[in-house]
Design a protein around this ligand. Structure first.
Ligand SMILES: *Cc1c(COP(=O)(O)O)cnc(C)c1O
Length: 400
C-alpha cells in the first residue's frame, strides 16, 4: 500500500504550476535519493550550513549563502538580518522592534502577499512611489530621489520584488540605497529559469537575494536559500540556528558565526520556528548544483516540456475538448484551453478537480474563459491522463 493510500489521501495531477498548496512538483530521483541518504545520518547543522554557504556563493557569485525552508522564510531571515545585524540583544528582541530602527522601504507597486514575510520579523513597511503604471494613470516608475527622500535613521533596508519586465531597474534601486548605506533585499523566489538569474541580482548590487527551492529548481518543497553579503548572511544565521550549546565544549564555524565580532551568543531567534533540516539542506544543494550545471541538461528539460505541451495541445484539439494553444511564457511552456466564457471554464475546472484522479489546472485566466495547463509540474505519463480527464470532464458537462 502506498503512503498516501495508507493515509486515505488521493494524489492529484498538478497542472497548475509550482503551487505550495498542491505540494509543488514531484521531486526528481536525484533529489529524492540525496535526501534519503541525508536522512540516514546525523550531522552538525551549523557546519553543514557553512559548507552550503560556500557552494551557494560559488554558484551565485555572492559572498555567502544560506539554506532556508523556503523563499518566504528567507525573506523573514533577511528582514531579521537587516534589523539585528550582529547584535545579539536585538536578535532576542524580535519580533518586538520598539526603540530600534525597524523600517523597510518598499515600492507601492511591489507590495504583495509575500511581504508579510518581511513584517513577520518585526519590520514596518514604508510604502513609497505611486502605482501609476499598474492603474495606467501615468508612465513613470519609482525614481531614485523618492528612495533617497524616504531613507531616515529608522531605515534598515529597501525591499525589491523582481517583476517581468523589471520595474524599476534594480540597479537604480541598489545605487540609490547604497548611497545612503542601506542594504537592498530582493525577492527573486520565482525568477528561475533563466539560470543566469542566479547571479544577476547579486551582480546588480542586491545585498540579499531570496530564491525558492521548491519551484523550478525542483528541490525539496520546503526549501529555499539566501545569497548575499557575508555579514548579512552571518546575521541571518544568528537569527536562525539553534545555539543551545556550551561554548567551552562546542565550536561553531567561524565563517558563519563570527564569535570574535560578537559580544555573545543569543538564545533562539525569530528563525527558530522555521528550521532547515539536513534533508532539505542536502536536497536543495543537489537541486541547485544540477540546475546551475551544464546548460545541456536544462535545454533538454525545456525541449522535453515543449514536446509534452505540443502533445497535450494536439490531443485536446483532436478530442474536440477545447481550443488549445501552446504559449511560451519565457519560463516554461503552457497550454491554454479556451472555453469561451468564465462560467463554462469554471464548470470544467470543477469537473476536473472532482475527477478520478483529481486534476488541478491553473485558474489565472479564468475571467477570459481560459484554463491554463502548466506543464512544468507534469511528467510524461500525466500528459495522457490529463487529456483523458479533460475529455471525461467535458462529456460529463455535456450530459448534465
Ligand atoms: C513563491 C514565492 C514566494 C515564496 O516562496 P516559498 O519557497 O514557497 O516560500 C515568495 N515570493 C514570491 C514572489 C513567490 O512567487
Amino acid at each position: 500500500m502506498g503512503v498516501y493510500e495508507d493515509l486515505g489521501i488521493v494524489p492529484l495531477i498538478n497542472a497548475a504550476g509550482f503551487k505550495t498548496r498542491l505540494g509543488g512538483a514531484a521531486l526528481p530521483s536525484y533529489v529524492v535519493e540525496s535526501m534519503v541518504e541525508a536522512a540516514g545520518a546525523t550531522v552538525d547543522i551549523a557546519g553543514l550550513q557553512a559548507r552550503a554557504g560556500e557552494i551557494i556563493a560559488e554558484i551565485t557569485g555572492a559572498e555567502a549563502g544560506y539554506v532556508t525552508c523556503g523563499a518566504a522564510a528567507a525573506l523573514t531571515l533577511a528582514a531579521a538580518a537587516c534589523l539585528t545585524r550582529l547584535d545579539p540583544r536585538k536578535v532576542e528582541m524580535l519580533p518586538d522592534t520598539d526603540g530600534i530602527p525597524n523600517e523597510i522601504i518598499i515600492y507601492r507597486s511591489h507590495r504583495n502577499s509575500y511581504d508579510h514575510a518581511l513584517r513577520a520579523a518585526g519590520a514596518k513597511l514604508v510604502e513609497i512611489g505611486l502605482n501609476d503604471r499598474a492603474v495606467g494613470a501615468g508612465v513613470r516608475s519609482l525614481q531614485a530621489w523618492e528612495i533617497d527622500a524616504a531613507i531616515t535613521d529608522r531605515t534598515v533596508a529597501v525591499a525589491y520584488v523582481v517583476t517581468t519586465p523589471e520595474d524599476p531597474p534594480l540597479r537604480m534601486v541598489t545605487e540609490a540605497a547604497h548611497k545612503r548605506g542601506v542594504p537592498v533585499v530582493v525577492d527573486a523566489a520565482a525568477q528561475l529559469p533563466p539560470a543566469d538569474n542566479l547571479r544577476r541580482f547579486t551582480a546588480e548590487g542586491a545585498d540579499l537575494v531570496a530564491f525558492s527551492g521548491g519551484k523550478a529548481l525542483r528541490g525539496p518543497q520546503a526549501s529555499g536559500f539566501l545569497c548575499g553579503r557575508k555579514d548579512l548572511i552571518q546575521s541571518a544565521a544568528l537569527n536562525h540556528l539553534d545555539f543551545d550549546v556550551d561554548l567551552e565544549l562546542t565550536s561553531l564555524p567561524p565563517e558563519l558565526i563570527p564569535l570574535d565580532r560578537l559580544p555573545g551568543l543569543p538564545h533562539h531567534g525569530i528563525g527558530r520556528g522555521f528550521k532547515a533540516g539536513k534533508e532539505e539542506i542536502v536536497g536543495l544543494l543537489v537541486a541547485l548544483r544540477r540546475f546551475a550545471g551544464p546548460p545541456a541538461g536544462r535545454e533538454e528539460d525545456g525541449a522535453r516540456l515543449h514536446r509534452l505541451a505540443e502533445r497535450i495541445a494536439a490531443d485536446v484539439s483532436r478530442a474536440n475538448v477545447a481550443a488549445a494553444t501552446v504559449v511560451d511564457t519565457g519560463g516554461y511552456p503552457e497550454v491554454h484551453l479556451g472555453f469561451g466564457d468564465a462560467r463554462r471554464a469554471a464548470a470544467v475546472y470543477r469537473a476536473l478537480a472532482h475527477g478520478t484522479p483529481p486534476v488541478i489546472v491553473s485558474e489565472e485566466l479564468l475571467a477570459q474563459g481560459t484554463l491554463v495547463i502548466a506543464v512544468a509540474t507534469l511528467h510524461e505519463a500525466q500528459g495522457a491522463a490529463m487529456c483523458e480527464a479533460l475529455r471525461r470532464a467535458v462529456s460529463t458537462l455535456a450530459r448534465a
